[in-house]
Design a protein. Structure first.
Length: 292
């Protein structure tokens, strides 16, 4: 009697085990299939974003060549007149961070924020920050929120124009913070796949008026100097925004290329797992049919 019971229990246990494994296999195949479809859709999106970034990079690079004389001309004026901050007085510094509101572009915005954090670490008390773009504000707000003077939003949605730069320069000069010196922190485009975070010096109107070499130019009264300081600031901001836009598209193109490559590798692994799991399921079904 005991032998009959034992012989009866073993097939039942095998049958139950096969049913459980079959159900688990079906659930696993379904989850893998859903994830595989999701990754394929993600790869399509990243490939499309890479193509869009490549087209925008070509446009940004073409517009950057036309904008470089604005930056070079403003820099030449400060270099030829040898403008320097007064070392006897405590400096009031202004840092203008050129970023944008858009993400998915690698570490292009983090580099600008890291540079500004380094400057604030040297002299946090007498330094204010003007954030061009919401990305720099979001990175700096946690530790240096009190140093943020103003933020320019909706940057990066469209290619920058000189009117945008002139508005930013106007807000900088009328905000009530009379800075003596400062820097524009931006990303300078070097090639299609590389950029470098750098800075350009800027000076306030009182420091410019004290330059000894301004006597080389005729008819430079205080109003003319004030107007030129505003124009040179707008020119530098316009040039750095063009450099930043070109660097951002280059970084986004590279980031989306890496994302598409990673998605392709994940698709290969998921496809291999799916086929392997389906093979195991077929073996289980074959064994289940033999038992019956």
């Amino acid at each position: 009697m005991m032998q009959r019971v034992t012989a009866f229990l073993v097939p039942m246990a095998v049958e139950t085990t096969l049913q459980i494994q079959q159900q688990r296999g079906m659930a696993t195949l379904k989850s893998i299939s859903i994830r595989l479809k999701s990754v394929k859709n993600m790869q399509k999106v990243t490939q499309l974003m890479k193509a869009v970034a490549a087209a925008r990079y070509l446009r940004a690079e073409r517009e950057l060549k036309a904008a470089r004389p604005y930056g070079v001309g403003a820099q030449q004026f400060f270099e030829k007149t040898e403008i320097k901050a007064d070392e006897k007085e405590a400096p009031k510094k202004l840092l203008i961070g050129i970023t944008s509101d858009r993400g998915l572009c690698g570490g292009v915005h983090i580099g600008v924020a890291r540079f500004i954090r380094g400057e604030l670490g040297k002299d946090e008390t007498n330094t204010k920050v003007f954030c061009v773009g919401d990305k720099s504000r979001s990175i700096l707000a946690r530790l240096y929120g009190k140093n943020i003077l103003m933020v320019a939003n909706k940057v990066g949605l469209l290619p920058p124009i000189f009117l945008d730069a002139s508005r930013i320069a106007h807000e900088v000069l009328k905000c009530g913070y009379d800075y003596t010196e400062g820097k524009i922190v931006y990303n300078r485009s070097k090639s299609v796949v590389s950029y470098q975070c750098t800075s350009l010096p800027i000076y306030g109107t009182p420091i410019v008026e004290k330059s000894d070499k301004l006597v080389l130019y005729d008819s430079l009264d205080s109003e003319v100097i004030k107007s030129y300081v505003e124009f040179s600031l707008a020119s530098l901001i316009f040039y750095t925004m063009k450099e930043g836009a070109c660097s951002e598209q280059s970084s986004r193109m590279t980031a989306m290329g890496h994302a598409s490559k990673n998605a392709g590798e994940m698709i290969e692994k998921l496809t291999l797992t799916f086929n392997r799991t389906r093979g195991q399921k077929e073996i289980i079904n074959f064994s289940f049919n033999i038992q019956h």
